[in-house]
Design a protein around this ligand. Sequence first.
Ligand SMILES: [Mg+2]
Length: 385
Amino acid sequence: MRIKEIRCVKLRLPAKVKPEQSRPAWHETAEVANPVSRYPRYKRHRSSWLPDVWGPVWVQVVAEDGTYGLGQTSFGRPVEAIIEDHLGPRLIGENCLAVERCWDLMCRLSKPYGTVGLASSAISGIDLALWDLKGKLMRKPVVELLGGPARDSIPAYSTGNDVDWQIELGFNAVKLACPYGPQDGLRGLEENERLVSEARKTVGDNREVMLDCYMAFDEDYTVRLAERLRKYRLKWIEEYLEPEQLEAHCRVRARLPWQTLATGEHMYTQHPFAFLASHGAVDILQPDIHWVGGLTACRKIAEIAEGAGLQVILHGGGLTQFGLHFTAATANSPWAEYWGPPPGVAQADVATAWGPALLEQGTLYPTDGNGFGLQIEPDQIEAAA
Ligand SMILES: [Mg+2]
């Protein structure tokens, strides 16, 4: 069966009423340390500098018989251009079951302008659509195409600073967003410690706490903060450095041998992960299945990790069916990241057609169905403008 068409599409889904919250969610007001924080005009909120017109991108790959698969990625127009102007047209006529071949071809096609970042996001969208299509053609869920299931349920942890609400929702592990970084001096260090100390008090000793640093620190700040926080027994510290600073990751590792370290959501293709694994620089690899190069890249990273005795815990892995199928099928991927609904809102009120099944006792699992089991009907798909 050959690939007949690859196009970017829009989903026409029923509009949702914004549910009533019991209080504003943490991210509506909180400052989050980030790589741009050193510039005062952009410091207060990430939304002041993140690209706001680059929305989600959906990709449809259609086979000769009309069967199609859907994939999802990010970053709007530039990624749509890579898919529709270059990678998509070059894949027409390829065997649509030969996902590995298509992935390798896309990586090589993108070399003149770079395979990472926007290009690996474009590759992710097509790759995920190809896996969805393969599942539909072979009448199997993707988790089974991958040799799974490796587990019957996936423990989910919750990201966010509404710690009391996250516990009420049933999570046994919460990840905090770190508010301050090197530009905030000793006062910021103290405030960061206060956040972690309060979270530890709220969750008690029988739940895990992690800290996400969103590329905001340097080597020195990471070490100083981690030493201050050691008494709160963080399960891991995440993404403390800019992703390109691979050597600095090795130096942080050497200076913090006792701290579990995690990173990877802004690393692209398997190559930086191979470096981190072979240098023992972190303990947990966190690729994003929608940006790193899709499911095919995540499988390669999981094998690299397994050989080095490391774990893979996807960035945002519990938010979509795509990540859940990978996690359900991968033995060394023990957890999924999840963003709970805002305070006071039921999960059912924020569910999407492609999102995860509802949380049950802090665990998730892919919904039934072939491919990724996305509950999107043909009449809900239309050509992107
Ligand atoms: Mg993160």
